[in-house]
Structures are given as structure tokens and as C-alpha cells.
Design a protein around this ligand. Structure first.
Ligand SMILES: NC(=O)c1ccc[n+]([C@@H]2O[C@H](COP(=O)([O-])OP(=O)(O)OC[C@H]3O[C@@H](n4cnc5c(N)ncnc54)[C@H](OP(=O)(O)O)[C@@H]3O)[C@@H](O)[C@H]2O)c1
Length: 290
């Protein structure tokens, strides 16, 4: 099936999707954005037929598109959906989808009520700017409010050469938590590592020269062997003497309280993952039951 699309919002992800659309031979018939300048640039780049800064103008072109991509910030999705639901559109033959990782198709309830196919289409990748990123082979999480909508989104993903997984609406929050654990906290651990390096007299500019190999190898090991087979170091060796020295150093002058708490929590979690019953008590850390 050939898709003709309408885009609401011409920001970072819209640029990548627009690029992918044109690449596979789809057409963008209509685009809307509140600010004119980025809308015009988007239209020029992707040969969009009709544009308007007034979202309501979409109704003039209702018969010209089969998919409407709501590419606005998460906080604006419901408001945009409610506005669209109040317009004379071809709801029964149109798929409306947003691009959020945390929100579900429930944000588009007003459109579903009008008989539209609805869903969310989340590409777990970072789109830091309007520079288009190549989508081929990237995963996409599809969550739809009906079998018909899911089928259409799968066709759509296949044509864009994305690798889809389908998630039930009520379970999507766990998918989003998986993404948060996969990426959001990792930079915090590296920031703590950098602080320790500075305490050791190291210079920030040297950090990645020294630690890039161990960071990269750890990530590669996790991908290839799973997290439980990628732990090396103090806890896996049950080296509680060194662990105690770490605790002493982190407690020493009170300047590393946050890192101390992180260290304790992560040490206990690491031990649990390795099947070691570790209890951390100041000055007396040992394997429980010994
Ligand atoms: N960026 C990422 O890394 C990333 C990754 C995966 C998924 N996503 C998801 O993709 C969606 C879009 O994110 P984005 O990063 O592309 O956002 P963005 O770059 O901030 O672009 C959002 C666009 O929506 C327009 N907009 C903002 N508020 C609006 C409103 N109330 N009504 C109508 N239009 C509005 C903005 O322009 P005007 O203000 O001029 O209207 C802008 O063109 C979000 O659901 C986000 O969670 C983002």
C-alpha cells in the first residue's frame, strides 16, 4: 500500500521520518507547525504539497493522506489529537500515530472515538537535531489500539526498513522503563567515575583516553554474553577487603556521600545478580550467612 502522509510538528524526529519517507518513495501531502520558518524548510526539503501554521487547515486535505504523524512533544500530543478529532477528517480510513516512548495510544483516545486507527510508533534512538538519521535496521516499538492499526503500522515499519516489535498498550510503560534503564542512568555512573578520577589527580581531558577501552569492552561483553556474565572486579572476586577500602575512601571527608550511596546500592545489586548474599555494614562487610 502506498502511504501519503500528513505531519503535525516539523521538529527533530519529523525530519528523520520525512527523509525516510521520501527515500522509500512516499509522499507528504500536508504539514503543519506553529512556527512558519521550520515548516517552510521542512516543506522545501521533503517536497510537501500543502503547509499551514494553522493545524485546522488539515481538514481541507482530508482525502489526500492515509497516515497522520503527530510529531509534537509528549505534553502536546493529547491537545493536538483533541483538535484533530474536532475536524471533518476521514477518520475510518486514516491512521493517526504519535512518536512518544512513554505515552500510549490512549493519548489519541478522542481520535479513536471518531473511528480512527490509532497507535504509537517509537524509535528508541536519540534524535538530537533536525539532521536526518538513517532509519534502516533501527528497531521500532509499535503499540496500537486495534489489530487493524497494528497491521498498518507494521506495513509502514517494513517499508521504512525498521525492525518492529509490538507491545500491548498496558505494558508499554515497562518498555519505556527498559529504555530508561538501558541509557538514562549510564551517564550518571560515568560522571561518578570521572569524579573519582579527578580525586586521583587525573585531568578531565585524559579520562576517556584511559577509560574508553574498559567502557567499550564492558558494553560489548554485555551485548554478547549478558549482564550476569560481564561482571569482573571486587564483588565477583568476593574481595571484601578492597570493598571496605573503597567504602572508607568514599566516607573519608564527606565530599563523596552521593557516590558512597550509589556504590553501596550498586554493590548490593551486583552481588544479588551474581548470587552472592552481600550485606554492607560500615567496617564489617561480609557475605551473609558466613
Ligand atoms: N528527539 C528525540 O531524541 C526523540 C526520540 C524518540 C522519540 N521522540 C518523540 O518524538 C516526538 C517529537 O519529538 P521531537 O524531539 O521531534 O520534538 P521537537 O524537536 O521539539 O519538535 C516538536 C515539534 O512540534 C511543534 N510543537 C510543539 N508544541 C506544539 C503544540 N502544542 N502544538 C503543535 N505543534 C507543537 C514544534 O514546533 P512549534 O513549537 O513551532 O509548533 C516542533 O516542530 C515526541 O513524542 C518525542 O517523545 C523524540
Amino acid at each position: 500500500m502506498e502511504f501519503r502522509a500528513a505531519f503535525i510538528g516539523t521538529g527533530r524526529v519529523a525530519w528523520t521520518l520525512g527523509d525516510a519517507f521520501v527515500d522509500v518513495g512516499y509522499f507528504i501531502h500536508f504539514a503543519s507547525n506553529r512556527t512558519e520558518e521550520p515548516l517552510k524548510k521542512f516543506a522545501e526539503e521533503f517536497m510537501v504539497d500543502e503547509i499551514s501554521t494553522n493545524i485546522k487547515d488539515i481538514s481541507k486535505f482530508a482525502s489526500k493522506f492515509q497516515v497522520c504523524i503527530i510529531a509534537v512533544p509528549d505534553s502536546a500530543i493529547k491537545e493536538v489529537a483533541d483538535t484533530l478529532a474536532g475536524l471533518p477528517l476521514n477518520f475510518k480510513t486514516t491512521l493517526f500515530m504519535h512518536l512518544s516512548g512513554s505515552k500510549t495510544s490512549a493519548e489519541l483516545a478522542s481520535l479513536k472515538k471518531m473511528g480512527a486507527m490509532t497507535g504509537s510508533f517509537h524509535i528508541p534512538q536519540s534524535f538530537p537535531s533536525r539532521k536526518a538519521i538513517r532509519l534502516w535496521d533501527l528497531p521500532v516499538c509499535i503499540e496500537a489500539s486495534s489489530v487493524k492499526a497494528e497491521k498498518m503500522m507494521l506495513q509502514f515499519a517494513k517499508r521504512l526498513k525498521l525492525k518492529p516489535i509490538c507491545i500491548k498498550p498496558e505494558l508499554k510503560i515497562y518498555y519505556h522503563l527498559a529504555a530508561v534503564f538501558a541509557s538514562n542512568f549510564f551517564p550518571v555512573i560515568i560522571a561518578d567515575s570521572m569524579k573519582m578520577f579527578e580525586k586521583a589527580g587525573g585531568k578531565e581531558k585524559d579520562y576517556f583516553k584511559i577509560f574508553t577501552p574498559i567502557i567499550a569492552t564492558t558494553i560489548q561483553n554485555i551485548i554478547e554474553n549478558g549482564p550476569e556474565n560481564s561482571v569482573s572486579g571486587v564483588i565477583s572476586r568476593k574481595d571484601f577487603g578492597t570493598l571496605q577500602e573503597h567504602l572508607n575512601a568514599l566516607s573519608y571527608d564527606g565530599s563523596s556521600q552521593e557516590q558512597l550511596l550509589t556504590y553501596i546500592r550498586l554493590s548490593e545489586e551486583t552481588a544479588k545478580m551474581l548470587g552472592i548474599n552481600l550485606k554492607i555494614v560500615p567496617n564489617k562487610t561480609e557475605e551473609e550467612g558466613k
